[in-house]
Design a protein around this ligand. Structure first.
Ligand SMILES: C[S@@+](CC[C@H](N)C(=O)[O-])C[C@H]1O[C@@H](n2cnc3c(N)ncnc32)[C@H](O)[C@@H]1O
Length: 381
């Protein structure tokens, strides 16, 4: 196995859900990356080994960080096999490395993910066996999960550096009902106009994910500080690089100033979960949670920001109840024109009930596999 220098040039790919690619690009720019190539669901960028810890620790809205190993055209199984085998996998994967393969194909001649997966596995295995002079690969060591993606006959092979998806921040023990993924919750905050000095509320906060992500953004807490990553077990990356990135992230936390973040939910158990999650995330003192029915919410401020993800109806609760919720929201905020209101829902009828005006913007996003809209009402400045 080759040991690379810290500054060796590599190519990383941050994967993201549809609709969040631009936010991930902005996050990468903020981390100092300039040459960013975008595609659907991913952002590719030139990097060095030092950036593997940095991006994994800091990207809030990306799903994973992959190390790109190769890109080529493949329309036959032979081409896929030979070109996969031509990649020097042994420079990265040690003799005992585990290398599970996942494959996806979109609009490609090789349309069976299962066949592509089997071919890539065989090609990588043959390459490693020849490089190490062994007939058997035990696969008992660190994980190098290989993703093979074929889109319009172009194959991209990459190794997952993250391990568990980046939405797993390590603060969520209990999920509560229909929680949002942390990456999407952070995306909702980033797509909003909220600034840390402003009042922020989520009146249907469930386990509090949106507010916890907002507080972590405001406090500049790296989302990955409480977890580990697959590439930490890779001998090719100097452990010092991980230690340095963690120490820098620890130093970057900003505890100055007061935040004004409030979460409510009618369900006492959800509020208890939200409080416990906020404590684990290190933002317990920044968010006030209370059990409250939406109709009992009293807003006396003229300005503020609301970001929320009401029940969708098709997943939880009934339609009548959902309509009543929208009407209550409308009643509370119809005349509060200084409030920016951001609602994520799969229910296309929402704007019909929330009559403050037409949404300034409707963004298409995905909550897991459900197509949802993010209704944005900017409010008067
Ligand atoms: C889709 S969940 C929100 C999930 C949340 N974003 C999270 O990440 O955990 C909707 C929440 O609305 C709450 N809810 C429903 N009707 C309510 C009402 N009338 N008043 C207050 N909360 C309500 C439910 O208890 C549930 O926790």
């Amino acid at each position: 196995m080759v040991t690379y220098g810290d500054m060796e040039n590599i190519t990383l790919i941050a994967t993201a859900k549809f609709g969040l690619e631009k936010i991930v690009k902005n996050e990468l720019k903020a981390l100092g990356f300039n040459q960013l190539a975008g595609g659907e669901g991913k952002v590719e960028f030139a990097a060095t080994w030092r950036d593997v810890p940095r991006t994994n620790l800091w990207l809030r809205c990306a799903d994973r960080v992959l190390l790109k190993m190769g890109e080529f055209t493949a329309v036959t199984f032979d081409e896929l096999f030979e070109q996969t085998k031509a990649i020097p996998w042994e420079e990265l994967i040690p003799v005992d490395g585990r290398f599970p393969i996942s494959a996806k194909t979109v609009k490609s001649t090789l349309h069976s993910p299962r066949s592509c997966q089997a071919i890539v596995k065989k090609a990588v295995a043959e390459r490693l066996q020849a490089a190490y002079g062994v007939e058997w690969l035990a696969e008992t060591g660190p994980e190098y999960a290989i993703q093979a993606s074929l889109v319009r006959d172009t194959a991209v092979l990459a190794i997952d550096t993250s391990g568990a998806g980046l939405h797993k921040r390590g603060y969520r023990a209990d999920a509560g009902e229909a929680p949002l993924k942390e990456t999407l919750a952070a995306g909702l905050v980033r797509l909003s106009s909220w600034r840390p000095e402003q009042l922020l509320i989520d009146p249907l906060c469930g386990s509090g994910t949106i507010l916890i992500e907002a507080a972590m953004i405001a406090r500049n807490i790296a989302p990955g500080l409480n977890r580990t990553f697959a590439a930490e077990a890779w001998p090719v990356i100097d452990p010092q690089l991980w230690q340095d990135a963690r120490a820098a992230a620890q130093d970057a936390i900003d505890r100055n100033g007061r935040l004004h973040i409030n979460g409510y939910d009618r369900d006492a158990a959800s509020i208890a979960i939200a409080q416990s999650n906020a404590a684990k995330a290190g933002v317990a003192d920044d968010i006030t949670f209370a059990q409250k029915e939406l109709k009992d919410l009293w807003i006396d401020r003229q300005y503020g920001v609301l970001i929320s993800n009401p029940p969708y109806g098709r997943r939880l609760g009934g339609y009548k109840e959902i309509n009543d919720l929208y009407l209550t929201l409308n009643k509370i905020f119809r005349k509060k024109k200084g409030w920016a209101v951001y609602i994520l829902t799969a229910d296309a009828l929402f704007p019909r009930y929330f009559k403050r005006g037409k949404p300034d913007r409707v963004r298409k996003l995905y909550n897991g596999k459900i197509r949802v809209n993010y209704y944005q009402y900017h409010g008067e400045r």
